[in-house]
Design a protein around this ligand. Sequence first.
Ligand SMILES: Nc1ncnc2c1ncn2[C@@H]1O[C@H](COP(=O)(O)OP(=O)(O)OP(=O)(O)O)[C@@H](O)[C@H]1O
Length: 236
Amino acid sequence: MNGLHDAEQPLLVCRGVAAGFGDPPTVSGVDLSLRRGEVVALRGASGSGKSTLLSAVAGLSPLRAGAVEYAGTRVSDLSERRRSRWRLESLGVVFQFGDLIPELRVSENVELPLRLLGSSRREAAARAADQLAELGLEEMGGRWLGELSGGQAQRVAVARALVHRPALLLADEPTGSLDETTAVHTMQAMLRLVRERGAAALVVTHDRSIAAVCDAEMTITNGRLGGEQPLAGVRP
Ligand SMILES: Nc1ncnc2c1ncn2[C@@H]1O[C@H](COP(=O)(O)OP(=O)(O)OP(=O)(O)O)[C@@H](O)[C@H]1O
């Protein structure tokens, strides 16, 4: 993609984005910009449009208006095929309910992005094992999903989203099903890796204590995005 290594250029830009259902659309008039190394929480009440916006940014649902740019390329104008490739190469996505594949072992779930990108089985297995270890899951690779706790499964979803070292992580309530202490620990582990790798992250949450470990937060109310507020960005 153009300008991928230009540190001055924002990594992600949304211009006048509208998406979702109805008239007016669920979200509209969204302008946002995310730089490399920036970790921003997207906070708002249930039904305010957080997931709708994230899915529009990821190119998983069509825009009703506006554009999404990544490293200077208008990804919202790409063909579905090229947008899928962009998503595979450049994005890590953690969905609200994990969306892991129960018919595969933990390690095979984490290997998936690498296998889709063309890594050999052997290389994918080695990198997946390293990624699991970085998230404290070194013993878990051979297990089935049903043998994990909710917190462990969430961390496996995080491992799968980060294993190919994406430049941008999009996470939708990545710790939504966890108790507060486990949720904060999982978030901190995820954001430590994002920051160490100089990547950016947009993290949907309705939870203040989760937002507090980010660098800044944006609030969405009835589908309209407010300005960015700095946060402490508590680091582990
Ligand atoms: N398939 C659909 N058809 C019609 N309306 C939908 C559909 N999916 C979502 N919506 C509506 O779009 C609005 C925004 O939903 P969205 O999931 O983006 O909210 P959210 O802020 O992520 O909520 P939560 O915190 O509960 O996950 C809601 O009013 C929801 O009812």
